[in-house]
Write a protein that binds this ligand. Structure first.
Ligand code: AN7
Length: 352
């Protein structure tokens, strides 16, 4: 039976006797070796951490289970978040599970179809604004200052506490931290959570060392790389279409303490990596989840100084499932054959 991250890692989490034991099967996601793409990069070992295998199809479930458990523990009846999509799906699922009213504020027209379908099916109240994620987050923050509704964005510290369990799993699986951990950066919570997890495991003697973190933003939404907020962020990777990340400072700290970097990749590079991962290794992440592999390719192409990838063991975090965004998949995928229902036609199309 699925234990979930609260039961599995409770010694490392801020849980008490009063914290409800909720789970919908989050965590314990596969770490999959990718030998062919390791050759493309020229590294010793490359792994993908499949966070799309979480119950709502993204890493958000790890932090949401704890944020919602704590909201229930505190007697809250409703939760709210701003979201580019995945946070809303996850909040809606755990909100449903706990009988809470869930409100999600999303940028209209810039949320992938699968995520919107999830939020609606789980029964959340979806409030779509004609604005950006950053505007949605400002509105949600103001609402939670005035009304008794729990904020479950990653400014809620329990979110990062839950998300750090992914770093624990990587170490538990590999026996130690990898040399590099590559991750997309949007609101910058996840890179901060991984760093917290690696540091805590190191302090408690579970890992001999800590990895260098390589974070990647999309070029049109790269405030941390550019050093200033981006007022009108644009990218095909709608999950990370964020111009003023809430955990900006924590992410910079994680980057610097780990000796890593935060760089950016173009939409074309993201889409090429997205197709390669699926067609070469059978790993179908959503576009934002292809940013780390796209970024690795860029670093190799540019022969970036100070990085020795050739002897390295590298983990890329595939933060969300490719099924989240069927629209982008159909836009970039190769075509297919439409045929009469005859043996001859199908054979001929197969080239026989
Ligand atoms: C697939 O759902 O911000 O840097 O509102 O869905 O921790 O924000 C999603 C972010 C990467 C970036 N990959 O993580 C939201 C939201 C996927 C994501 C990120 C997101 P953060």
């Amino acid at each position: 039976m699925a234990r979930g991250v609260i039961a599995r890692y409770r010694d490392f989490l801020p849980v008490t006797e009063a914290t409800p034991h909720i789970t919908i099967g989050e965590g314990d996601t596969p770490l999959v070796a990718a030998p062919k793409l390791a050759q493309v990069i020229g590294c010793r070992e490359l792994y993908f951490k499949l966070e799309g295998c979480n119950p709502t199809g993204s890493f958000k479930d790890r932090g949401m289970v704890l944020a919602v458990a704590k909201a229930v523990e505190e007697g809250r009846r409703s939760i709210i978040c701003a979201s580019t999509g995945n946070t809303s799906a996850s909040a809606a699922a755990f909100g449903a599970r706990c009988g809470l009213d869930t409100f999600v504020v999303v940028p209209r027209g810039n949320i992938a179809l699968g995520k919107l379908a999830q939020a609606l099916m789980y029964g959340a109240r979806v409030l779509a604004i004609d604005g950006s994620f950053d505007e949605a987050l400002n509105i949600v923050r103001a609402i939670t200052e005035q009304h008794p509704v729990a904020l479950v964005n990653s400014i809620n510290p329990y979110r990062l506490e839950g998300q750090k369990t992914a770093a624990f799993e990587v170490v538990d699986e590999l026996g130690d931290a990898p040399d590099y951990l590559c991750i997309p950066v949007g609101n910058a919570g996840n890179i901060s959570a991984y760093w917290k997890g690696f540091c805590e495991y190191h302090q408690r003697g579970r890992a001999a060392r800590r990895p260098r973190l390589l974070g990647f933003q999309a070029e049109g939404a790269a405030p941390i790389v550019r050093g200033h907020a981006v007022p009108n962020p644009q990218t095909v990777a709608t999950a990370i279409r964020i111009g003023n990340p809430a955990s900006w400072q924590l992410a910079v700290q994680a980057r610097d303490e780990s000796g890593g970097l935060i760089d950016m990749v173009s939409d074309a590079e993201i889409l090429e990596a997205y197709r390669l991962m699926a067609s070469v290794e059978g790993i179908f992440g959503e576009p934002a989840s292809a940013a780390p592999f796209a970024g690795l390719r860029k670093l190799v192409r540019e022969r970036r100084a100070g990085l020795d990838l050739s002897g390295a063991r590298i983990v890329c975090v595939v933060t969300g499932s490719g099924l989240k965004d069927p629209t982008t998949a159909m836009d970039v995928a190769p075509g297919y054959s439409i045929l009469p229902p005859t043996l001859d036609a199908v054979e001929a199309a197969m080239g026989w």
